[in-house]
Ligand binder design. Sequence first.
Ligand SMILES: [Zn+2]
Length: 155
Amino acid sequence: MHKDKLLFAIAATAIVLLALAGIAGKKPQVAMEEKMKPVPCLAPNMPLKQHLHAMLQIVINGVPATLPKDIGISASCEHALHTHDTTGTMHVEAQDARAYTLGDFFSVWGRPLVTANFVSMTVNGRATTGDPAKLVLEDKQQIIVSYKAPEGKKK
Ligand SMILES: [Zn+2]
């Protein structure tokens, strides 16, 4: 009897420890993967599964801003989402078939898409509703994102 109780106590402790390890180790990882899959760097000598171009125009207080060139491109990494020039063309050149979003592009850029100064977004001339970050990029899409000037930058 005594031995059984001891075994039971050991087993119960093991189950509790495994459960705790599961909570501590697994959950945050899964949650992060679902929240934001990082946009991959292009691997050399691997064919592209998709190659499309969408246009992004950022407007601040009614004035078009220039989208920088080489967003997503550094010496060590050419991201699947990038720009090559200042025309506003976003390149989606990916070796996977995943749907890439405007939010993915802004995360590669390292800027927030929706800020306190966000006013509106149109896609192909139509006002959008819902989360701008979830807009899936498509070929020849014309995206215009409008902002107010940031506080303190009005002169
Ligand atoms: Zn391209």
